[in-house]
Design a protein around this ligand. Structure first.
Ligand SMILES: [Zn+2]
Length: 435
């Protein structure tokens, strides 16, 4: 007798989509049988033609609590994530206060998060000038790796590393380093303007190309493992491919906004579209999809990075002054599924990009897949149902979104965390640590 069996004619496993019955006991998947299998279970849920996917793993989320909880907090971020079919996030080390740059700061953050979590949450540490000596203890405390900026981060307490400081950090600890790759030498001060083109021109693709090259050379010299965060400029892809062919351990992610939005269509003053690096043109977007299809970009993560509406300059529409960040942890799955199916990709592709591969990136091999032994983190998705994005139905704290009014395909019906339905009430999430 198992605790739960969930049946779907469209169960998405590593082998693709097939009719199956997924049995759950003790929070884990204990069997994947045929759809009609006779499985004695305390609870038997038949989804019929709704798809059953692994819960998404979003390794790039800024929660901001404590310190800037008015931007986003653990209760709201994890509730929004669950509503979007995300069952695990890894929280970025900056925008909260203190930033997660020491083991003590990690403890402060975990105390703030305790008891609030609708889904499971892990943490990145931060590498900033002067904290190389703190990295081993932070690593031992269970962070999944370290984030570093090569250009201004937007907050004064999390300064960037220069190439020498990056080398020092890579030498300090054997861990995954995740890099915000924009080179300050190629960034220009944006003039106050409601025109998106003015902002875009201030952050040209060369800034990403140069910073990706810096990160690759640092990884090559140290024999270290680096991951390029939120890649926007497709022109950096050949650098990554060449480095990978040379045996350098470098991977890259991109985000729903770079894959689905087009710089040429961003209205004047629409600062909800501002993020760094910026959304580029449609030809660039197509090249990112090609890189996903051939495996050069391994995963899609949200870079959920909200702030309050005043900091987003919703009043003036000034792109230069607005906070850069797009909050989409609740919408990533339908945003990507809508575009992916139009481009001929399958739900199995989407589950690979948004669940299995981000889980693998951080070593969470017991999440992000429907397989025996994995956590029973599951999502029931109606893959053909459509909805219109209504910011009022988003659960994150400040529901400003560039997707407002868009019609998306794919409605999340139910999310299970370790075999239990996630609701607005239960706070069953746990801390994840690198094992
Ligand atoms: Zn980010």
């Amino acid at each position: 007798m198992v605790d739960l069996v969930v049946r779907s004619r469209r169960t998405v496993t590593a082998g693709g989509e097939r009719p199956a019955a997924v049995s759950v006991a003790g929070g884990r998947i204990v069997a994947v049988d045929g759809y009609d299998a006779d499985v004695p279970a305390a609870e038997d849920t038949d989804l019929g033609d709704l798809a059953l996917l692994p819960g998404l793993v979003d390794t790039h989320v800024h929660v901001n609590e404590p310190g800037r909880t008015e931007w986003e907090g653990f209760a709201t971020a994890t509730r929004a994530a669950a509503a979007g079919g995300v069952t695990a996030i890894v929280d970025m080390p900056l925008n909260s206060l203190p930033p997660t740059v020491s083991a003590d700061a990690l403890a402060v953050k975990q105390r703030a998060a305790a008891g609030q979590l609708h889904i499971d949450v892990g943490f990145w540490g931060g590498a900033v000038p002067g904290n190389a000596a703190d990295l081993p203890a932070l690593d031992a405390a269970g962070v999944f790796g370290f984030k570093a900026f090569l250009a201004d981060s937007g907050v004064p307490e999390f300064p960037p590393l220069d190439p020498g400081q990056l080398a020092e950090a890579l030498a300090a600890v054997d861990a995954l380093f995740v890099i915000h790759a924009e080179d300050p030498a190629h960034l220009h001060a944006a003039a106050s303007s409601p025109a998106y083109a003015d902002f875009l021109a201030s952050r040209p693709p060369e800034a990403e190309h140069a910073a990706v090259a810096t990160a690759i050379e640092a990884a090559r010299a140290a024999g270290a493992r680096v991951h390029i965060l939120h890649l926007s400029a497709a022109g950096a892809l050949p650098l990554i491919a060449a480095a990978r062919d040379d045996g350098v351990r470098v991977t890259a992610e991109t985000c729903p906004h770079y894959l689905t939005l087009d710089a040429g269509e961003i209205p004047a003053g629409a600062t909800e579209f501002k993020c760094c690096p910026p959304i580029r043109d449609a030809a660039n977007r197509d090249r990112l999809w090609s890189a996903l299809a051939d495996g050069l970009i391994t995963c899609i993560v949200s870079d959920h990075s909200p702030c309050t509406p005043d900091l987003k300059r919703r009043d003036t529409g000034d792109f230069a002054a607005a906070w850069g960040g797009i909050a989409s942890v609740q919408l990533g799955l339908p945003v990507i599924w809508t575009a992916a199916r139009e481009r001929g990709h399958t739900l199995a592709d989407v589950a690979d990009w948004m669940a299995r591969r981000p889980a693998d990136l951080v070593g969470l091999t017991g999440k992000g897949r429907i397989a025996v032994g994995a956590d029973a983190d599951l999502v029931a998705l109606d893959p053909d149902a459509t909805f219109v994005v209504d910011p009022g139905r988003l659960h994150h704290r400040n529901p400003v979104t560039p997707y407002a009014g868009k019609t998306l395909t794919g409605v999340v019906r139910t999310t299970w965390l370790r075999g239990r339905t996630v609701t607005g009430e239960a706070r069953q999430g746990r801390f994840l640590t690198r094992s």
